[in-house]
Design a binder for this molecule. Structure first.
Ligand code: AMP
Ligand code: MG
Length: 376
């Protein structure tokens, strides 16, 4: 079995209809023409297993730098509370107490994210489940090598998952994990929350126009530097250094969940790091999902949930939550070498996104499908 780990991020590129901004970002092709806006002050830090990039456009550079530091500080704070890699984090403490009968007190921030996660778990019928960690582990996504777990191993892991098993205090400020081996993992939601906190910190620090990108979770503040809408490039899941499409957004956030971030290939089948908690098996058939929402937390949580649900089921959740989504179907294995090309026919978009999406792939190869909620 061949195994491959990819640490890439679903990073987006941001600009307006002016090439200068697009070129400051790793992904090219976010627009052309128009006046050249002023250069932003940029900060880039490794954190949460990815990179935090903050850009602030401000005439006063000192103020811009103060705002950058405030944004970085907020992401550090979220990481210190919610990382499962830091033994002193609240999540690590709660996880160590699993099966002991003890509850772990939670700060307001961690309690807020847990409450939001459980809300999305309910709304998505368990597609987003922050207790899914033991299942992610048995497939080896965070270990040295991916593997297909034998049935009994999968069944044991499933017995240690399930958001309904969590015991929260009435006020939600403490949590108990009833079984030893259960664990909380905010990998699908904490980055979005951190982006919201960073954007709020930028605003408080006096920034008026800024962009935060934390591993593909993008939040914007104010109007784009030269006015008008921000133009955000969405990665091509089979050619992740390129933008496959550009979306225009006035405010809010966009996040992408993709099968190219962590995956392995076994017997020609690609297994990626998002697991359907209802079956215990990595989701197949989808290469990536991008979600535009009012908050980064919502876009992060829902991009993972809609990845699990797929467009047929997910269209109703997207409509109910008032978000726009783009699913990109897995184009299958490469033919004649090279990566398989994503064509328009592989795209499924919610009705409101259709006219806001500017494709950067050839127009041949069918047309995008529109995902409509068909539930009566
Ligand atoms: P994201 O990139 O936001 O979609 O988050 C993916 C990460 O969340 C994975 O690397 C896992 O750690 C975790 N995860 C995988 N499947 C799920 C799921 N169904 N619900 C919640 N978290 C998940
Ligand atoms: Mg997510």
């Amino acid at each position: 079995m061949s195994t491959r780990k990819v640490g890439g991020e679903a990073r987006a590129c941001v600009g307006r209809a002016g090439a200068a901004l697009a070129l400051t970002l790793a992904v090219g092709g976010c627009g052309s023409g128009g006046p050249t806006p002023p250069d932003p002050v940029v900060g880039r830090w490794p954190i949460m297993g990815t990179f935090l990039e903050v850009r602030v456009w401000h005439a006063d550079e000192t103020r811009a730098r103060t705002a950058l530091d405030a944004a970085h500080g907020e992401v550090l704070r979220v990481d210190s509370l919610m990382s499962t890699y830091r033994p002193a984090s609240e999540l690590s403490r709660a996880n160590r107490a699993a099966g002991t009968g003890r509850s772990t007190p939670l700060s307001p921030a961690t309690a807020e994210v847990l409450a939001a996660a459980l809300g999305y778990a309910r709304l998505s019928d368990g597609a987003l489940d922050v207790t899914v960690g033991p299942l992610v582990d048995v497939w080896g996504f965070y270990g040295e090598e991916g593997r297909l777990p034998p049935r009994p191993v999968l069944d044991s892991a499933r017995a240690l998952t399930g958001w309904r098993r969590l015991a929260l205090s009435d006020s939600g400020d403490s949590v108990r994990l009833p079984r030893a081996g259960m664990r909380l993992d905010f990998g699908a939601i904490a980055k979005g929350y951190a982006v919201d906190r960073a954007v709020a910190a930028l605003r408080v620090a006096g920034a008026e126009r800024a962009m935060v990108d934390l591993g593909g979770n993008v939040g914007v503040l104010g109007a784009a530097p030269a006015g008008g809408a921000w133009r955000v490039g969405l990665r091509d899941p089979r050619n992740p250094s390129e933008a496959l499409a550009v979306v225009a957004m006035e405010d809010g956030a966009v996040a992408t969940s993709g099968d190219y971030e962590r995956f392995f290939v076994a017997d020609g089948v690609r297994y990626a790091h998002i697991v359907d908690p209802r079956t215990g098996v990595p989701v197949r058939g989808t290469a990536s999902v991008s979600v535009l929402a009012a908050s980064a937390l919502a876009s992060d949580a829902l991009s993972t949930a809609l990845y699990v649900l797929g467009p047929a089921e997910g269209a109703c959740l997207a409509a109910a939550q008032g978000v726009e989504a783009l699913w990109i179907r897995d184009p299958g294995p490469a033919r004649r070498g090279g990566p398989p090309a994503i064509e328009p026919r592989h795209l499924v978009v919610t009705p409101g996104l259709e006219e806001r999406l500017e494709l950067r792939i050839g127009r041949s190869g069918g047309t995008p499908e529109v995902a409509r909620c068909r539930r009566p």
